[in-house]
Every structure is written in C-alpha cells, then in structure tokens.
Design a protein around this ligand. Structure first.
Ligand code: GRG
Length: 284
C-alpha cells in the first residue's frame, strides 16, 4: 500500500461525506449554515478522520461503519479551530490559508458555528448506521468525555493557567497538550476501534499509541512554528530545541513500537505515522 494513495483515498472519502452530511447553505438559517460549511470544508489534512479509518480498518470494521465517527471527530476539530481563532483566544486572521471564520463572517457567527458544529457531531454520531445501539452509546460517551472539561476544552483552560503561571511546570505543559491535542486524537482512534467492536484490552493498548502519537504531533507542530513566537510556552521554548527534538523522536518511535503487537493489518496506522509525523526535525 502506498502512503499517498491511501491518504488521498480516505481524504476524498471523508470530504465527500462531510459535504453530504453538513446542512445545505440554502437551508435556514442560511448564513450560519454557509459559515459551518466554510469552516469545515476548507482543505485540512483530515488527520482525525484518517485515524478513525485506519484504526477501524486494522480491526476489521467496514468503511461504511467508520464514515459517521470519522465525520464527527472532524466536526469537533473544526469547531475547536473556529473558537480557538477568536479574538478572546488566539485572535488569528488565517486558518488553512484562508480568513478565519470570524474574519470571513463575524465574531458572533463564529461562536455559533462552533456551538452548532459541536451539537451536529453528536447528532450525527447518534444516527442509525451499521452500528449497534451499544456501540453508539459508547462512542457518544468517549467523544463527550474527550472533548469536554476533562478533555480538549479542559486542556485549553489549563493552557490559560500555564500562560499565567510564574513558574510553569513540565508536568502542566504535558497535561495541557495531552488534553488539548492528544485527547481528540485518542478519541478518533478509540471510535475507530469501537466501530470494529474492539474490547477493553485493545482500547487500552491503542490509548498508549494515541498518547505517543498525539504528543509527538503537538511537539512537531511546536518545532515547525518555533520561529513564529519565540516567547510562547511551546516545547522548544520550554525544553530547548535539542531536548524537544529528542523527545519528539522518542515518542514517534514509541508509537511505531506500540503497533508491533498488531502485525501487517496495522499498515494504515503505520502509513499515518509516516504522513503525520514526518518532520525531519534536524532541518528545522
Ligand atoms: C475549544 C477553544 C477550544 C479549543 C480547544 C484543539 C484546541 C483546543 C485548539 C485548536 C488549536 C490548536 C493549534 C491546537 C493544537 C493542535 C493542532 C496542531 C491543531 C491543528 O491540527 P491539524 O494540523 O490541522 O490537524 P488541519 O488544518 O490540518 O486540520
């Protein structure tokens, strides 16, 4: 299997599904729906849906059973980006190379877009597809916990604590990024596994893989952004660039090692490590 073919096939699939699932811009309230579509349908890597597909496929799920959970995690991700870009948060003008939602529309609309995308993710996940009612319930629980106050939003809240701390600790830095970034990655992997009917032991093993993958992804992002803000509380600024790179490589290797348990069927997940954790950090 070739990495580019696999990634682009699944990206095309989720882009088609998102286009179909999202409310039409002709439906009232038109401006809100237009802004929701604008926010989601811009070109992102679709990493979280790719993780749902790759994990589910590894464990024998049908692609049709993975479309809805894959869309749900991308909707949550898109909502978090729209809210994170707001003036009260990061105050960014550009996202995915285009004006952020509040710049293209307005602040109130961007807040409502995030709210509506979050609700839509849960609505979609509760709809009937090829999964059992128990699988639906489990997925709803994992997603709700993963993106709430003890997950992604909690990570964002703790980042504010970190930024205002006189002596920020390494432990707090790690907690922020496990929650803010790695948690939705973890949930994506877990939803893929749940769609395949995976048992607790597999979920735990995949949770360890997800944590390594998710934190490595965040550190890579920090290394790539390093030049942008030398004063931010990023891994390179906190640990020093050499230690940040060393930690990145260690986590990436650990993620590969976690997959040795699975054999050849883990090829899609190995391809995703290649795709998402591909920084030659020595060149940064
Ligand atoms: C709920 C306000 C709120 C925030 C939650 C997830 C999050 C916290 C904020 C998003 C902003 C951010 C920069 C998070 C760090 C993780 C990260 C590298 C996000 C970008 O994800 P990619 O690279 O983006 O997968 P694309 O555009 O490819 O989907």
């Amino acid at each position: 299997m070739n990495v580019d073919n696999y990634i682009s096939a699944r990206q095309n699939r989720i882009n088609d599904k998102l286009n179909i699932y999202l409310p039409s811009a002709q439906l009232k309230p038109q401006r809100l729906h237009e802004a929701m579509r604008y926010t989601v349908l811009t070109t992102g890597k679709r990493l979280r849906p790719l993780l749902v597909y790759a994990t589910g496929e590894m464990l024998g799920a049908h692609l049709e059973a993975l479309d809805v959970p894959a869309a749900a995690v991308e909707l949550i991700h898109a909502y978090s980006l729209a809210h994170d870009d707001l003036p009260a948060m990061d105050n960014d003008d550009l996202r995915r190379g285009q004006p952020t939602c509040h710049k293209a529309f307005d602040e109130a609309t961007a807040i409502l877009v995030g709210d509506a995308l979050q609700a839509f993710a849960f609505e979609l996940l509760s709809t009937n597809n090829s999964l059992t009612a128990e699988q639906h319930l489990q997925m709803l629980r994992y997603l709700a916990k993963g993106c709430g106050s003890q997950g992604m939003v909690g990570g964002q809240a703790l980042e504010l604590v970190l930024e205002n701390s006189a002596s920020p600790s390494r432990n707090l830095l790690d907690t922020v990024h496990y929650l803010k970034t790695a948690m939705l990655i973890r949930v994506s992997i877990q939803l893929g596994a749940l769609a395949a009917g995976a048992k607790e032991a597999i979920l735990i093993r995949l949770g360890q893989f997800a944590d390594d993958f998710g934190l490595a992804f965040q550190i890579q992002d920090d290394i790539l952004d390093q030049a942008e803000d030398p004063n931010s509380l990023s891994y390179p600024n906190f640990l020093g660039i050499d230690e940040a790179k060393r930690h990145y490589y260690k986590l990436r290797q650990q993620a590969y090692d976690q997959l040795s348990f699975f054999g050849d069927e883990a090829t899609p997940l190995r391809l995703l490590i290649e795709y998402a954790l591909n920084t030659n950090s020595d060149n940064q």
